[in-house]
Design a binder for this molecule. Structure first.
Ligand code: CO
Length: 133
């Protein structure tokens, strides 16, 4: 199966402080910043060559990102692979016994379909699969 790293996501306590580092100090271009209420997060994307860095900040205490920060502190939250056929990729993961967080992919603002696989079935990293529209 062909896949490319689409982005790596970092959970942060303070999005403005993280942007002061990644955008202002490091000089990466911010391509997007928005709230995603259905996931209870605010996100920012920074361009890094072929791939991107996603900064993730929880919007409320119930957010899974809030629980992540509480347990582990700031750091790598997930790796996202872009695939050509997300249904086929999900089928492969299911056959391998991996635990997907949803039965069906969700669709984001750009029309991309995405789904997550639990870190316990991916050797320790939350894995996002992404199918570009
Ligand atoms: Co992501």
């Amino acid at each position: 199966m062909k896949a490319t790293i689409h982005h790596v996501a970092i959970a942060v306590h303070d999005l403005d402080a993280a942007l002061a580092f990644y955008r202002d100090a490091l000089g990466l271009e911010m391509t997007e910043r928005r709230r995603v209420p259905e996931e209870s997060v605010e996100i920012a994307f920074l361009s890094a060559g072929e791939g991107e860095i996603e900064l993730l900040h929880p919007l409320d205490e119930e957010s899974s990102v809030a629980r992540f920060l509480e347990k582990r502190g700031e750091g790598l939250h997930h790796v996202c692979l872009a695939v050509e056929d997300i249904q086929a990729a999900m089928e492969r993961l299911r056959e391998a016994g991996a635990r997907l967080l949803r039965e069906e992919p969700r669709v984001n603002e750009h029309g991309a379909r995405y789904v997550f696989a639990h870190p316990r079935s991916t050797h320790g990293v939350l894995l996002e699969l992404y199918e570009l529209p």
